[in-house]
Write a protein that binds this ligand. Structure first.
Ligand code: FMN
Length: 213
């Protein structure tokens, strides 16, 4: 079988003469270290009294029906807002609003109006009563289906009942260009803007003459 050619540029120093050892790992105790993850801005509350907090413990759980989760410490001001309404919105964060996202992750809506202080604008959602964030290119309206207590955090499992996308990132063919949004990523305490495209889904096995659409 033909082997895939891979690039070990970063690990060159650690390849032995057989080429079979290219990483030297140190083992730490278990911890929450997956990167990159989204520093999502989760909005909750109402249009009249909106709140937002930053959530990194989020992701997709299922495709059909589309399900997501956010893990929230019960001590957060937002926790009761989400639990009592059963609704929240996940707003993707970009480099343009990363400072606001960080602020929403270090200040509580118990004490401050985060929308007023950051300039984030609450926008009416299509189904849920809580607001979306206008400056975010993609806002997912979510309805809670289950709450699972895990320890430090409770996981709100939710159905994604509507996806709202800024039309300036949709081309004439209806294709969404997330690469044009300046999406932010969070990795081990640091924020990054997504950079160079290094592949597309399935490109490792795609025939060269076949165009991917
Ligand atoms: C990058 C980042 C990621 C965070 N991720 C989470 C998270 O996944 N779950 C959580 O409960 N808190 C998380 N936080 C902390 C909350 O966002 C923070 O405590 C916030 O002030 C809570 O706001 P609230 O009291 O208005 O609800 C994160 C903070 C930052 C800066």
């Amino acid at each position: 079988m033909k082997q895939l050619k891979m690039i070990y540029a970063f690990y060159d120093k650690n390849i032995n003469e057989n080429g079979d050892e290219f990483l030297q790992k140190i083992s730490w105790k278990g911890g929450a270290l997956i990167a990159p993850i989204p520093p999502a801005l989760v909005s909750c509350g109402t249009m009249e009294k909106p709140n937002a907090l930053t959530i990194a413990w989020t992701g997709i759980l299922n495709t059909i029906p589309p399900k997501t989760y956010i893990s929230v410490r019960p001590t957060r001001y937002s926790y009761d807002l989400i639990k009592s309404s059963g609704e929240f919105v996940i707003n993707l964060t970009t480099s343009a609003i990363i400072k606001a996202a960080d602020f929403c992750g270090v200040r509580s809506g118990r004490n401050v109006d985060k929308f007023a202080l950051t300039g984030l604008i609450p926008e009416k959602a299509s189904i849920v009563a809580c607001p979306m964030i206008k400056q975010s290119p993609v806002s997912l309206e979510c309805r809670v289906s289950d709450i699972v207590s895990l320890g430090s955090h409770d996981m709100f499992i939710a159905d994604i009942i509507a996806v709202n996308v800024d039309e300036q990132f949709i081309d004439k063919e209806g294709k969404l260009h997330l690469d044009k949004c300046g999406l932010a990523a969070f990795a081990h305490g640091e924020y990054f803007e997504l950079g160079k495209k290094i592949g597309t889904f399935g490109f490792s096995v795609r025939k060269k003459n076949k165009k991917h659409k």
